[in-house]
Write a protein that binds this ligand. Structure first.
Ligand code: DUC
Ligand code: ZN
Ligand code: ZN
Ligand code: ZN
Length: 467
């Protein structure tokens, strides 16, 4: 039986428009929009009506960078697909693109099947996968073609982490060449890991073991160098490039210079780089470990370049790189040696709210908020217009957002399975009120009413940001 839902009286905000409109949902999809108060809208009836007066009605967030259950640093990221997708929904995100991992010496198929199994039946919102390439060889390259056909249309490579995920320049070039042929988008972790490992060893030899040294050895210049090298390799291969978790001003400059030449080079940053800094890494009593991620947090001065990049479209996407590890028992593995602190921050629940705060603070416009958090990640990764917008035919993934409510972020109240908040005590204006995933309520007036297993794998087309 078809269910009709009506969202009445809100301000519908998309990347393109802001209109006072009623939204009619039928069979999990958006059936129609009509001006609030118009004869057309007044004539609509529904099984369920949501009053969105004084609220924004926005597309569900698309977080194109998460790591649920990632085995890393001798432990495993603490959010499962069940807890992580529930927390995502609480934060107004209705689509995740998580990273399946190829283990060295194994096939892409094995890695991908492992991730399908982790997610299947456990998610309360929809998800797709990118594939991390840890072992670029002839077999892997052939498998890339098959994955693209299966809807896994993006591949992450690492210039960092020698001995773990690392690819050398020859492997990177070959993967890029293959991507240029099969349409797979190469995503790059751009840090010079070989040089960083030298600096890590030297720092530890000097007795510099505290979390803040993580930020000192992973130098901005080594992010910029790797970004530059990745751009040049992508030019040689004739492939577009998406640089993940950009944090350094110098790396933004490399992207901007490439884009000024008209190259198809894209950049993502994350809330932690926009709102946190090396001040957090320097917190006493090993608390800085909570803020250890790679690329690292930078001195506060870098933030202006990131905000500028988001305004000028030298950076196109804000994703979270959500990769939570509990302070107790996980981050603590690195006491006495910062290089053993598992890398990653929690944040899947906080992204939409922090970026709304950026609207309040005047960094970005309301439509740009939706563009960088919903529409562009959907287009970048082949999910548009099914995801990322509110338009007839699109999936009814919708957030009713209260722009006036305030909230204070805290581990005491968040829903991520991690024992601290990276934003503990931060008060922001704006709060998710109600969330729909394909027309079904997941959050109803701040109550979780979703279901593990509602969320489905979404096969993706190739990058649409080049169209
Ligand atoms: N960076 C992180 O902080 N965590 C997981 C992997 C990565 O590249
Ligand atoms: Zn194997
Ligand atoms: Zn990375
Ligand atoms: Zn990541």
């Amino acid at each position: 039986m078809s269910t009709r839902t009506l969202i009445r009286g809100g301000l519908v905000v998309t990347a393109a428009d802001e209109i006072h409109a009623d939204v009619l949902i039928e069979d999990g999809r958006i059936a129609a929009l009509a001006a609030h108060g118009s004869d057309v809208a007044a004539g609509w009836t529904a099984d369920r009506t949501i009053d969105a007066t004084d609220r924004y009605v926005v597309p569900g967030g698309v977080d194109a960078h998460t790591h649920m259950e990632l085995p890393f640093g001798g432990t495993s990221a603490s959010d499962t697909f069940e807890t992580g997708t529930r927390a995502a929904a609480w934060g107004g995100t209705t689509t995740l693109v998580d990273f399946a991992v190829q283990s060295t010496g194994h096939s892409l198929r094995e890695g991908l099947d492992t991730w399908y199994a982790k997610a299947d039946g456990n998610c309360s919102v929809d998800y797709g996968f990118h594939m991390i390439l840890s072992d670029v060889n002839e077999h892997t390259l052939n498998e890339m073609d098959k994955l693209v056909e299966e809807g896994i249309t993006s591949f992450k490579l690492f210039m960092a982490y020698p001995g773990v995920f690392y690819s050398d320049d020859g492997q990177i070039l070959r993967a890029m060449q293959r991507g240029a042929e099969n349409g797979g988008l190469i995503m790059m972790h751009a840090e010079n890991g070989i040089a960083i490992d030298v600096l890590v060893e030297q720092a530890l030899a000097r007795g510099e073991t505290d979390p803040r040294y993580h930020g000192e050895v992973r130098k901005a210049l080594l992010e910029a160098e790797a970004t530059h090298r990745a751009i040049q390799l992508s030019r040689v291969a004739g492939a577009p490039l998406y640089v993940v978790h950009v944090s350094a001003e110098e790396a933004v400059a490399e992207l901007a210079a490439a884009r000024d030449k008209g190259l198809p080079v894209f950049g993502e940053t994350c809330p932690q780089y926009l709102f946190l800094s090396t001040d957090n890494l320097a917190e006493p009593d090993f608390e800085g470990a909570k803020y250890v991620c790679s690329t690292p947090l930078r001195p506060r001065e870098h933030q202006a370049a990131l905000w500028r990049g988001l305004r000028t479209n030298d950076l196109q996407v804000v994703s979270t790189d959500h990769c939570p590890f509990c302070f107790v028992g996980q981050k603590e593995l690195g006491r006495g040696d910062f290089s053993r602190i598992p890398n990653g921050l929690p944040g899947v629940e906080n992204r939409m709210d922090l970026l709304h705060q950026a609207v309040v603070d005047g960094h970005i416009s309301r439509r740009r908020w939706i563009e960088i958090a919903c529409a562009t990640p959907a287009r970048m990764f082949g999910l548009y217009p099914q995801k990322g917008t509110i338009a007839p035919g699109a999936d009814a993934d919708i957030v009713v957002y209260d722009p006036h409510a305030t909230q204070t972020m805290s581990a005491k109240t968040h829903h991520m399975n991690v024992d601290y908040s990276a934003y503990e005590g931060k008060t922001v204006t704006g709060r998710v009120e109600t969330v729909l995933s394909r027309g079904e309520l997941v959050i109803d007036q701040r109550t979780f009413v979703g279901r593990a297993g509602h969320g489905s794998f979404v096969p993706r087309s190739t990058c649409q940001y080049l169209d």
